[in-house]
Structures are given as structure tokens and as C-alpha cells.
Design a protein around this ligand. Structure first.
Ligand SMILES: [Zn+2]
Length: 56
């Protein structure tokens, strides 16, 4: 699977029961939602993004 922005290879991350596809090259972050729970999901994604942008 490749990045829709820059065509680099996406990496998979398992985050709190969900799977994210992230591109280190351009910072793209895609989400495959497996279970929805509105508010909690949004909070966990902000935390995930913060962690990702810190370079984790
Ligand atoms: Zn990319």
C-alpha cells in the first residue's frame, strides 16, 4: 500500500485497537476505523498524531 500524496510505502501502526497507515516521508496519516466511538476516537487520534509527529 502506498501513500496517496507522495507514493512512498506506508507503514502500519496499531493504535489502541485501531490500525493507522502512516507515511514517514510526508507525514500523511490514514486511518482504518474498525470500531467507532466518536469522542474517544478523536482524543486517541490526537494523542497518536502528537506521538507520530514527535518522531516516534
Ligand atoms: Zn507520503
Amino acid at each position: 500500500m502506498t501513500c496517496p500524496r507522495c507514493d512512498s510505502t506506508l507503514e502500519r501502526y496499531a493504535l489502541d485497537g485501531e490500525t493507522a497507515l502512516a507515511c514517514r516521508a510526508c507525514g500523511y496519516l490514514g486511518v482504518t476505523v474498525e470500531h467507532r466511538s466518536e469522542r474517544r476516537e478523536r482524543e486517541s487520534w490526537e494523542a497518536a498524531l502528537a506521538r507520530f509527529r514527535r518522531g516516534g
